[in-house]
Design a protein. Structure first.
Length: 500
């Protein structure tokens, strides 16, 4: 049995921010992560982090609020949006003090660029490695504070006793042992679920919605699960993300006739649909940044050039980049209040796994990194306060073995790929009642066949087959929730676009 005041599950930007603030509030903090902190999805947020600093033109907090609400299609919580935007400048100053190496203007202010849906250049950036630089800086800060970070720990269950969280049951991937972690409060920061779209996602293979699935099984409320944002510019062959910073810098979207067919800086849902229409009409779609010049690209967009060369074998200095829209960010998640608290006492959530109500039906580009910092802080401070005022609640905590079938009549890897395909085509950029019903029926069949699926590897240590099967089970829970909520929304709004 492992004990801590605050247990943080997830070591991306939200988890590490929460851990720092909880530690600085006097709590004993332990962080668990399925992979390693520096591999967290935060590192893929390339374009920038929003804050109304006005360093590159006129801007205001009120403009930031208005842009966020408009992008959200009036489905965001205005109080939460106001809190997010009003705390943006302080969040940036905090990151600056920690040592994030932001790009600078000629007068040494933090540089800002335009992203889609913004009325002014608002996204503070570090070349096109913004999330990576923030993540590494947060990780360094955690190490300097002596925060214990335990890698390769897979969350299995939350232990809830009399409406209050008591701890978590966790698989140690290295040893294959199941361990219990008791805590006075727990913060879920496990990331999003867009990997349910399999190869049609910009996210890492670890973005399987584990925290949300575990929370659902524990009776935690979720919200807006149908809203999945498709990024307009994933590389055509690999779905690797080409940052919105490329369009923010002046990149064009072209069809096969070399025509610009959409305002590149509209909100992401509108741009993604415009691209999808071109593809459905038989056209290829390209991102063109050739006119920006090699010097600018190497100084401001070095990662995008590397990715295009590596995964598409094109050099954007002289060639067009083939692209397609792919699943990128999940607006839905664990329902939390302004304190990042869930409906279970002592349980908090932050980051992409949480739903603070700031994104509504479509997230404004540049707000995801800001959300990690602003609400990660709230989660850390409030979890530490809860732990200070409450003792351990582990009256009925007991361990149990992890029982996984070794039946393999059906290959779950094949079914996972099938789900990704049907979700991209039927629960993707465009949706209809008929297609959603068909997907729901197929998911019901898959659930009825789970007894025919299992793992073939009986190795105890580092059993990736076991971990991937557990991820598959979590993804199935999330998929069912996404479709169920999508069927309830009879109108088009943001990322949920009904063709019927």
């Amino acid at each position: 049995m492992f004990k801590s005041d605050v247990l943080v599950i997830g070591a991306g930007g939200a988890g590490l921010t929460a851990a720092i603030h909880a530690k600085e509030s006097g709590a004993d903090v332990v962080v668990l992560t399925k992979e390693y902190p520096t591999r967290s999805q935060t590192c893929m947020a390339q374009g920038g982090i929003n804050a109304a600093l006005g360093n590159n033109g006129k801007d205001s907090v009120e403009d930031h609020i208005a842009n966020t609400l408009k992008s959200a299609h009036s489905m965001a919580n205005e109080e939460a949006v106001r809190h997010l935007c009003e705390n943006g400048p302080d969040a940036l100053r905090w990151l600056d003090r920690l040592g994030v190496c932001f790009s600078r203007t000629k007068d040494s202010k933090i540089a800002q660029r335009s992203l889609g849906g913004a009325s002014s250049p608002r996204a503070c950036y570090a070349q096109d490695y913004t999330g990576l630089k923030i993540l590494h800086t947060l990780y360094d800060k955690c190490l300097s504070l002596g925060i214990e970070i335990l890698n390769e720990k897979f969350l299995l269950d939350l232990i809830v006793h009399e409406g209050r969280v008591s701890g978590a049951r966790v698989l140690d991937i290295r040893s294959g042992e199941v361990h219990l972690y008791e805590a006075k409060s727990i913060i879920l920061a496990t990331g999003g679920y867009s990997r349910i779209y399999d190869k049609y996602s910009t996210n890492s293979s670890a973005s399987t919605g584990d925290g949300i699935a575990v929370a659902l099984r524990a009776g935690v409320k979720v919200k807006d699960m149908a809203f999945v944002q498709f990024h307009p510019t994933g590389l055509k062959k690999s779905s690797i993300l080409i940052s919105e910073s490329a369009r923010g810098a002046g990149g064009y979207l072209l069809n096969s006739k070399m025509e610009r067919f959409v305002d590149e800086l509209l909100p992401r849902d509108e741009v993604a649909r415009a691209i999808q229409v071109q593809i459905e009409n038989g056209s290829d779609v390209f991102l063109d940044i050739r006119h920006l010049g090699e010097k600018f690209i190497d100084e401001e967009l070095p990662q995008e050039r590397k990715l295009a060369k590596l995964y598409e074998n094109v050099d954007p200095v002289s060639e067009l980049i083939p692209i397609k829209p792919v699943a990128h960010y999940t607006m839905g998640g664990i329902e939390v209040d302004m304190k990042s608290s869930t409906n279970i006492d002592g349980l908090y959530a932050a980051g992409e796994c949480a739903n603070h109500g700031v994104h509504g039906a479509n997230r404004l580009g540049g707000n995801s990194l800001l959300e990690l910092i602003v609400f990660g802080k709230e989660a850390g401070k409030n979890a530490a306060l809860y732990a200070k005022n409450n003792d351990y609640n582990g009256h009925n905590i007991s361990n149990k073995d992890l029982d996984i079938s070794h039946e393999s009549e059906l290959n779950f890897y094949d079914i996972k790929e099938e789900i990704g395909n049907i979700f991209y085509n039927n629960v993707g950029i465009k949706r209809s009642e008929l297609k959603l019903r068909q997907v729901q029926d197929r998911l019901q069949v898959i659930r009825s066949q789970l007894d025919l699926m299992g793992i073939v590897d009986d190795t105890k240590e580092y059993n990736t087959n076991k971990v991937e099967f557990l991820e598959f089970l979590n993804m199935l829970v999330v998929c069912e929730q996404v479709v169920a909520e999508a069927l309830k929304i009879k109108v088009s709004c943001g990322a949920h676009y009904r063709v019927d």
